[in-house]
Design a binder for this molecule. Structure first.
Ligand code: MG
Length: 338
């Protein structure tokens, strides 16, 4: 098995601003795993919150030695080997994981969803994300997003109410709210959630910092809206620790190390009667297509990373007005654009 990779800079249509930072260009790594004449494509969109960058991804990939394995069909053994290299590097590992699944399903001549046994189950409707911005730009974005039936609104700075009021003047569609750990005071968070319920918001993602678990437990007891964990949950092992603080989890391939662990997270969350959302970072169609194949297993999708960019180097499964379409192509279906 031969690995090769290169950096690619995804360009965003608008500056993407959330409670902890902003960006206009998102550097990613595209990885190729070549074996037996077949190429599996993978992707890392490193998350600075978890101390990853394109440099750390590249450094990690340099120490990975897959020549000790005979083929990508040894997925479980390969995962144990990658585990032995230490914790962290979740987006770097995701690139390898996605490439392995792409390779295996291509080798078996199956679309990834069929390989996973998901068959033709329907996909959920994806939300479209509105980042933090000036009220004028937010208004413009909401008009542009008219065809998307569900909006995910980023809040967590000091003008949450203004943002929601601006959006509610334009539309009454379903809103989901993501504070990205931006609310620090549990009493303030509770008041905000009560107000957001009156604004017909469906649920709140990560209202407070992951480090404030006791406050989050307190908040969940009193909250009038469901709370979904994002920054508080990385892998299946972290779900039991947070189950009293949240009603559901947001799985992202870049946090979980890829599909292998994402499936474990789905099973763990289901066993604990929790809701499941499948989200993303700013990503190309490689990672988004992989997630779309998995999406029939979850309750909520937020897989718009590739529609927020203007220079996707791949084409694959599509997000058409929020409707996620599994493409009839072997593997995850993402191929380089000509
Ligand atoms: Mg989030």
């Amino acid at each position: 098995m031969k690995l090769s990779w290169k950096q690619f800079n995804l360009e965003l249509k608008y500056i993407f601003k959330i409670a902890r930072g902003a960006s206009l260009v998102e550097p990613i790594i595209i990885l190729e795993l070549e074996h037996d004449g077949i190429i599996g494509y993978g992707e890392s969109s490193p998350i600075s919150r978890y101390h990853e960058s394109v440099e750390t991804v590249s450094d990690f990939l340099k120490i990975v030695d897959l020549s000790r394995f005979e083929s990508p069909f040894q997925l479980e053994e390969i995962n144990r080997y990658l585990d032995s290299l230490g914790s962290g590097n979740t987006a770097a590992r995701c690139a390898i994981d996605l490439a392995l699944y792409d390779w295996v399903s291509k080798k078996l001549n199956l679309p990834l969803s069929k390989y996973l046994g998901i068959g033709n189950l329907p996909t959920p409707v994806s939300s479209f994300t509105i980042g933090i911005d000036t009220l004028e730009i937010i208004e413009k974005k909401v008009h542009e997003a008219e065809k998307y039936p569900i909006l995910k609104i980023k809040v967590g700075l000091d003008n949450d109410e203004e943002i929601i009021r601006t959006i509610r003047k334009i539309t009454d569609k379903v809103l989901r709210v993501d504070a990205n750990e931006g609310w620090r005071d549990k009493f303030v968070a509770l008041e905000k959630i009560k107000w957001l319920k009156d604004q017909n918001v469906e649920f709140i993602e990560q209202p407070m910092p992951a480090s404030q678990l006791d406050d989050l437990k307190w908040l969940r007891e009193k909250s009038v809206l469901p709370l979904i964990a994002d920054e508080s949950v990385m892998s299946s092992k972290s779900i039991p620790q947070i189950k009293d603080a949240f009603d559901g989890i947001n799985i992202k391939l870049m946090k979980s190390t890829g599909l292998h662990e994402a499936i474990k997270m789905i099973n763990t969350a289901r066993a604990m009667n929790m809701k499941i959302m499948l989200g993303c970072m700013i990503e190309s169609s490689v990672a988004i297509s992989s997630a779309i194949h998995l999406s029939p297993l979850v309750d909520y999708a937020d897989l718009d990373g590739n529609v927020l960019i203007t220079n996707d180097p791949f084409e694959g499964c599509e997000n058409e007005n929020g409707k996620l379409k599994i493409i009839d192509r072997i593997g995850h279906g993402a191929i380089p654009k000509k």
